[in-house]
Design a protein around this ligand. Structure first.
Ligand SMILES: [Zn+2]
Length: 104
């Protein structure tokens, strides 16, 4: 009988444990990558996909913030007369509306 119960090859380090050698991940391995076995959580491909997803979400957030800032800047003309405090509450939608109104 062959041993097919592989163990995850990743060593786990407790948060803040800088000097410890860590311990082998206790989870059973599910996937093989370049000859090494990994559980589903430590699977490099899974981590890569997770990071990519996180990055995409951060990019999206950044783009939205950028658009908001750009609109706030461009919209200053459209919302002139407002105080700085009022400007903080201005939404991109409000500025778009104001710009549309001015364009009429
Ligand atoms: Zn693992």
């Amino acid at each position: 009988m062959t041993e097919n119960k592989k163990q995850c090859s990743v060593r786990v380090h407790e948060r803040g444990d800088w000097i410890g050698r860590g311990y082998p991940c206790p989870k059973p391995a599910k996937v093989e990558r370049d000859g090494k076995w990994f559980c589903t959580i430590k699977d490099p491909e899974y981590i890569k996909a997770k990071r990519a997803k996180e990055r995409a979400e951060a990019d999206k957030e950044g783009a939205e913030r950028h658009e908001r800032d750009a609109l706030a800047f461009a919209g200053r003309k459209a919302v002139r007369g407002l105080t700085l405090q009022e400007l903080w509450r201005v939404t991109p939608e409000l500025i778009r509306k104001a710009l549309e109104e001015e364009g009429k």
